[in-house]
Write a protein that binds this ligand. Sequence first.
Ligand code: 13P
Length: 287
Amino acid sequence: MLVSAKEMLNKARDGKYAVGQFNINNLEWTKAILLTAEECKSPVILGVSEGAGKYMCGYSTIVGMVKGMIENLHITVPVALHLDHGTFEGAKACINAGFSSIMFDGSHYPIEENIAKTTALVNTCDVLGISLEAEVGAIGGEEDGVIGKGECADPKECKMVADLGVTMLAAGIGNIHGKYPADWEGLSFDTLEKIKAEVGDMPLVLHGGTGIPDDMIKKAISLGVAKINVNTECQLVFQEATRKYIEEGKDLQGKGFDPRKLLAPGFEAIKATVKEKMELFGSVNKA
Ligand code: 13P
């Protein structure tokens, strides 16, 4: 069922586990995540970046694909279809296309503008029953080969944004997208504790789930993180499985491109990664 992420995240917060957001890039990826969620009896959030949205033809194509898969694959666990790091315009487009969850990332605006834009989306999402994620304190990552340091959000600003009535809040605690640098200092649990003290019951979101050591993931969950985003790790395992398959040269001679063969190892690799994450996050059998 395509649902808002609100109920699954409130349950996760109360039950001290986290729901995984796995980003999707194509049909195989989406199918692998949905089938694994069903096998694990886990709620799941499918993340769509604006770039991936364009690649997959646009938001209504994605809504059609996901709804169709839920029906045709007999998926019974709760599934939220979520815009990842949306612009204000992108958020509105996804609301119109039928997404069940939206992230508006206003973290690069001055806090007043982030608040104004987030506020404008709160009412619309409320009326339509769509969950809304806001962000405070930019989450860094690699740009032009340079890996930026993860920022730590200001706990007072987190409270200001949480009080607007959003469903969940992404706050920088030293986490970054993509691979972590060798000299990474780790998550700032001190910041996380201060944010939690300010925002109370608000489910917190941890971006940059790839490469964070398991013990840090578990500690973050124990301190109020109820949603964890994973993207790069799925890309890496898909790439590696496909590379290996091509190198081994199986079934490729003279037969032309057959996605059912070439993409099968990547599909299986994503399934295994998603299962591993659901076990680590504690969401198995929580649907
Ligand atoms: P990673 O690519 O580091 O797993 O982060 C994913 C993410 O946070 C998407 O918003």
